[in-house]
Design a protein around this ligand. Structure first.
Ligand SMILES: CC(C)(COP(=O)(O)OP(=O)(O)OC[C@H]1O[C@@H](n2cnc3c(N)ncnc32)[C@H](O)[C@@H]1OP(=O)(O)O)[C@@H](O)C(=O)NCCC(=O)NCCS
Length: 189
């Protein structure tokens, strides 16, 4: 039995790990994790999943891929002087924490690791921010961390109900990380 207090480690998904016991309370997310996360990462290379490990067991996962958005999809304030061609972003496609461990900071920790990855991308290949495809019931979770709703014209996942796209600009991520901003990641307003 894993206790919520055990130290959390985040690492890339490995092809041989046992994922069958993972239950987030959302059947689609669990099915994605158990059946598709591995092949998407190791066979198709369309996304990478990172897992939270506690005492050798997986307590959460987050799946990301590189993506693009148009400046016109951003709120007016963020749009100024950006070029009119597609802008590179890091996309958080899926995030889930095992229901036995929800509410212990694992979701925020997984997200924080991806914000650090976005900063690395900014320096290595360019990245203007992080977009999450939020399930309606998780919108408050992301807005509590500074994400704002955006109207994307491209990149829909085709899921039902259609997820709500939310954006956190790279400048806000960098400022939050420089301050070691905990528990909130970005500014809420
Ligand atoms: C949403 C989810 C990923 C959050 O992970 P978690 O580990 O339980 O969340 P954390 O403990 O890191 O919470 C961080 C903060 O968000 C808040 N929070 C967590 N879930 C929330 C929700 N659904 N709505 C609003 N706020 C939420 C917490 O209270 C905490 O706030 P605080 O810092 O003020 O105390 C997790 O509950 C989950 O897997 N839910 C089911 C699947 C799902 O909805 N996934 C999201 C898909 S986009």
């Amino acid at each position: 039995m894993i206790s919520a207090e055990e130290e959390i480690r985040i690492r890339r998904l490995e092809s041989n790990g046992d994922r069958s016991g993972f239950r987030s309370g959302n059947i689609e997310l669990d099915r994605f994790f158990q059946r598709y996360a591995g092949q998407n990462q190791f066979r198709h290379h369309i996304g990478t999943t990172y897992v939270a490990i506690q005492a050798g067991g997986i307590t959460g996962f987050i799946t990301v891929s590189s993506g693009e958005m148009m400046a016109e999809e951003l709120p007016k304030l963020l749009r100024s002087r950006l070029p009119a061609y597609p802008l590179p972003i890091l996309r958080v496609a899926r995030l889930a924490v095992d229901e036995r461990f929800q509410g212990h900071g694992i979701g925020r920790l997984l997200l924080r690791a991806m914000l650090e990855l976005a900063l690395e991308m900014r320096d290595r290949v360019g990245c203007t921010g992080v977009v999450v495809d939020a399930k309606p019931e998780a919108v408050d979770f992301y807005s509590g961390l500074g994400f704002k709703t955006v109207e994307l014209v491209s990149g829909a996942l085709g899921d039902r109900p259609e997820p709500i796209a939310m954006f956190l600009p790279i400048r806000q991520i960098a400022a939050a990380m420089a301050e070691g901003d905990e528990p909130a990641i970005g500014q809420k307003d």
